[in-house]
Design a protein. Structure first.
Lengths: 260, 131
């Protein structure tokens, strides 16, 4: 494991200065004496070279994401990546979703949080096998973490896999995990201007769940304003108004899952 | 039998300062080390990176983060050239190509928001100069 960033790549390159013994192939200039006379050996310096890479900085992540995607396709696994800010209700939505679908559908969950196993424990109680990834101080899940989790989860064919990402509307937008669809969850207590503040997340998602609609009478959240802002970012984005507490809109969400 | 397990990333915990751009800067040092080894380069003198203003990466914060993470890596003494690229959009209604300073910019002709981003999403290492 790479000790630099925990990316799972072997930390292959060692850095050493020229005072150390090393085996790369250039000659050093030096003077020394032979039989009492002094001379200088001919020597060459390594040539300065320009390596044109034009390489995407997230290319390692993207490669691993494509590997995960191939794994999902081969096993006919539908993988959904749930992203949101902390406290939007992702885990509660998942609990209710699992309880509704589990009789007829195999479901697995990968949970991402900086710390604790609380979410995986909650999910397990609702009936689905879950794996918790603790990212420590990391702010997002990456494709390699999913790859490692998949090896431990041993998912059966034709199942549904939910990834609950770290609560954060910034970083997870840039990291493809290999998911089939990305679902952004927003709760009405967060304010209707969130799409303008976090455009990348709304731009990269396929569906938006507007959660906690039971609180609409108590907060200043204009659903039309929110949807207009989000559509400016992403005209293709779908919306489902729901409350995981009262069950409003739950059926629409379950239907959307069944139809993808 | 419990189904959940914990996968810990202790390497992350060691590096306390992980913010968005910092974790991306770590991807760059990793990429540079990999490519230097592949191309048999022992010292990197310069790294050229393109950051588009619609890439989701803040170029100034990224530059600062890169300065922070290069210590004890192959990029420690490298000159870091960060090239900022201005975004470009094409309106899906009227086909006009226009400059996008912000991801929220709409088409200046028809005020339509459904534009396709055709430039400014770059976040890549262009080249390494070394010996």
């Amino acid at each position: 494991m790479c000790e630099t960033c925990g990316c799972g790549q072997p930390d292959e390159v060692t850095i050493h200065d020229h005072s150390q013994k090393h085996d790369h192939d250039h000659e050093h200039s030096h003077e020394h004496e032979h039989n009492g006379h002094k001379h200088t050996h001919p020597h060459s310096h390594p040539e300065k070279r320009v390596i044109n890479l034009n390489m995407d900085i997230l290319s390692e992540n993207n490669k691993m994401a494509e590997r995960n995607r191939g794994y999902f396709e081969g096993k006919n696994i539908t993988c959904l990546n749930l992203v949101s800010s902390p406290g939007s209700g992702k885990t509660t939505i998942l609990e209710k979703t699992i309880q509704s679908l589990i009789p007829s559908q195999k479901i697995y969950v990968i949970e991402g949080d900086q710390q604790t196993m609380r979410d995986a424990e909650r999910i397990e109680k609702s009936g689905a096998p879950a794996i918790q990834i603790n990212t420590g101080s990391g702010c997002h899940l990456d494709a390699n973490m999913i790859h490692l989790a998949l090896k431990k989860l041993e998912i059966t064919n034709n199942s549904l896999l939910f990834i609950e990402n770290v609560g954060n509307l910034v970083c997870p937008a840039l990291f493809d995990l290999g998911e089939f669809k990305r679902v952004v969850v927003i709760s009405v207590t967060e304010g209707d201007d969130k799409p303008l503040k976090y455009p990348y997340m709304f731009r990269s998602s396929h569906l938006c769940l507007i959660n906690k609609t039971d609180l609409l009478p108590y907060v200043e959240f204009n659903t039309d304003t929110f949807i207009n802002y989000a559509r400016q970012m992403n005209p293709e984005l779908g919306f489902i108004l729901m409350s995981s507490k009262t069950g409003e809109g739950m059926q629409n969400w379950l239907d959307w899952i069944r139809n993808i | 039998m419990t189904h959940w397990q914990v996968i810990r990333y202790p390497a992350f915990v060691e590096k306390i300062l992980i913010m968005h751009e910092l974790s991306l800067a770590l991807e760059v040092t990793d990429l540079a080390s990999r490519e230097a080894k592949k191309n048999r380069i022992a010292t990197i003198m310069e790294i050229m990176i393109e950051v588009g203003n619609l890439s989701g990466v803040e170029a100034d914060a990224f530059e600062m983060a890169l300065d922070m993470v290069v210590k004890d890596t192959i990029l420690e003494n490298a000159v870091k050239k960060i090239i900022r690229i201005t975004g470009k959009g094409r309106c899906t209604s009227c086909d006009l190509e226009f400059e996008m300073k912000n991801i929220l910019d709409c088409c200046p002709e028809c005020n339509c928001y459904s534009s396709e981003i055709i430039g400014g999403r770059e976040f890549r290492v262009v080249s390494l100069t070394g010996e």
